[in-house]
Design a protein around this ligand. Structure first.
Ligand SMILES: Cc1cc2nc3c(=O)[nH]c(=O)nc-3n(C[C@H](O)[C@H](O)[C@H](O)COP(=O)(O)OP(=O)(O)OC[C@H]3O[C@@H](n4cnc5c(N)ncnc54)[C@H](O)[C@@H]3O)c2cc1C
Length: 458
């Protein structure tokens, strides 16, 4: 029997898409090249995922799991002989358990659908980022995504109580426990979270939830120096009494570029400043939260740390402010060969790092097309994006920036993962001993190297 017939027998022929039809869809959100693969299968249950993986393992076929394909690391890129395993049909989720404050969900559920269902029950799923309308729970867990609210609720890993995973040979590991405390030996779920589909395919999870805030206050602030930004972060953390949920920094070049692209150059703030912050507090006391937020922002202005501020007066204004931070369409056009860095750095190193990158690019790669820096400052996470007219000097540019990240003791991937894009630079952040231990784990769980081969490790 040929491969396609065997796989169609498992998932049903309607749920197997052959190579030719796949060529019509882009590889992922960021790479407009055709998808290459032997076929794509869409299993509807853990049993079908297990049967697909067992078949591929027996026959030595590479398998690439995919969710919403919004990753920035070429994590779902496939070779022509690979089978793509889409979690699209693993998208069921239960009603939230109000007492336990948990929800059980399939890995193919789209984040926004899960967020909305929890919200309707008065609860909050504490993971949110720009790709919420397409990214899946499985993709977010596999990349250990962060996003806008990690400051308050932690990263994807922190949302998980129990996990169901299928190993490369089809073995199902199901530990769908809802408990906050569960010290029964090795915590296996954390091996699979953040492993980018190289150790197992996540099929279901039990997630912890939080009470849904009922108020939201959003402000855009400007600053003349970086130390004032970090002082304001400390002030807001303390004086907003635990309600601060986002603190997003934008360097001037990115902010003004997006204000030009989205608001016809009309900035919500009067003067140009080197740093801008979009901050948001979400609370539970409608009669107090607005006044406290305004008072805390006023104190920061009076202290001279914040140069200027605008507080959103309506949901529409709030969306407009967030759009300046979240919209990357114009940037994608500007940076023809886009090169992005997603890094963690000590707060104390960020200002110097940004100046050094700017200086190094001007000196060594003068053809670069601009430098956009922004990020989730409260988590010590910056996104540094630049571009080149043509790809020839991409590796020189990457080596230069990765060298500066290593010099400041940073991480080369804060929240997007490694995939193919950053694989060759893993050694800038992890020691040879750590990488050797990662290889040992990969070999133990996937000895035939069929699961997402070549991602993270060569
Ligand atoms: C506009 C935009 C904004 C973004 N902002 C952020 C942000 O603020 N913070 C952040 O962390 N990320 C951000 N991202 C990237 C983010 O990591 C991904 O969007 C998301 O986590 C991946 O989910 P996905 O379903 O698209 O996964 P995919 O892209 O389909 O897959 C991602 C990786 O996980 C693997 N995988 C997918 N599903 C499974 C599964 N069930 N089991 C095992 N492996 C699996 C894939 O093989 C791949 O290696 C952004 C992306 C976009 C497009």
């Amino acid at each position: 029997m040929n491969a396609l017939t065997s796989l169609a027998d498992i998932v049903g022929s309607r749920h197997l898409i052959e190579a030719e039809a796949l060529r019509e869809r882009p590889q992922d959100f960021w790479n407009n090249v055709p998808t290459r693969a032997l076929a794509l299968v869409r299993p509807a249950s853990v049993e079908e995922v297990s049967a697909v993986l067992a078949w591929c393992n027996r026959n030595g076929s590479p398998v690439v799991p995919e969710g919403g394909r919004t990753n920035l690391i070429q994590g779902t890129a496939a070779s022509p002989e690979a089978v793509l395993l889409s979690t699209e049909r693993l998208n069921q989720f239960d009603a939230p358990d109000l007492g336990a404050m948990t929800v059980q969900a399939g890995s193919g559920v789209v984040l926004q659908a899960l967020q909305e269902s929890c919200h309707a029950a008065g609860l909050r799923f504490g993971l949110d980022f720009g790709a919420r309308g397409s990214a899946t729970l499985g993709g977010a867990l596999s990349t250990n995504a962060g996003g806008f609210q990690a400051l308050r609720y932690g990263v994807a890993r922190d949302q998980v109580r129990g996990l169901e995973v299928v190993l490369a040979d089809g073995t199902v590991l199901s530990h769908l426990t809802p408990y906050a405390k569960d010290n029964t030996g090795y915590d296996l779920k954390h091996l699979f979270i953040g492993s980018e589909g190289t150790l197992g395919v996540i099929t279901r999870a039990i997630l912890r939830l939080h009470p849904a805030p009922v108020t939201a206050n959003t402000a855009l602030l400007s600053f003349t120096d970086f130390d004032a930004v970090t002082r304001t972060l400390s002030r807001l953390r303390r004086d907003l009494q635990g309600t601060l949920s986002s603190f997003e920094i934008m360097w001037r070049e990115f902010f003004e570029f997006n204000v030009d692209a989205l608001c016809g150059g009309r900035s919500p703030l009067s003067e140009s400043c080197p740093f801008y912050v979009l901050c948001e507090a979400e609370g539970f006391a409608p009669d107090m939260d607005d006044a406290r937020f305004e008072a805390v922002i006023m104190q920061a202005l009076d202290a001279g740390d914040v140069k200027d501020a605008v507080i959103a007066q309506s949901a529409r204004q709030r969306d407009e402010l967030w759009r300046i931070r979240e919209d990357f369409e114009a940037e994608q056009e500007l940076f023809r060969v886009m090169i992005d860095f997603d890094i963690s750095l000590p707060l104390s190193a960020m200002d110097a790092f940004s100046r050094e990158v700017d200086e190094a690019l001007n000196t060594h790669i003068p053809e670069f097309l601009g430098l956009h820096i922004l990020g989730h400052l409260g988590d010590g996470n910056l996104h540094v994006t630049t571009g080149l007219p043509t790809p020839e000097r991409s590796d020189d540019l990457k080596a230069l920036v990765y060298g500066l990240i290593a010099k400041h003791g940073g991480s080369i991937s804060a929240e997007h993962g490694i995939g193919l894009n950053k694989r060759d630079y893993l050694g800038y952040s992890r020691s040879p001993e750590e990488i050797a231990t990662m290889r040992l784990l990969k070999k133990a769980l996937d000895p035939k190297n069929t699961l997402n081969p070549g991602k993270i490790l060569q």
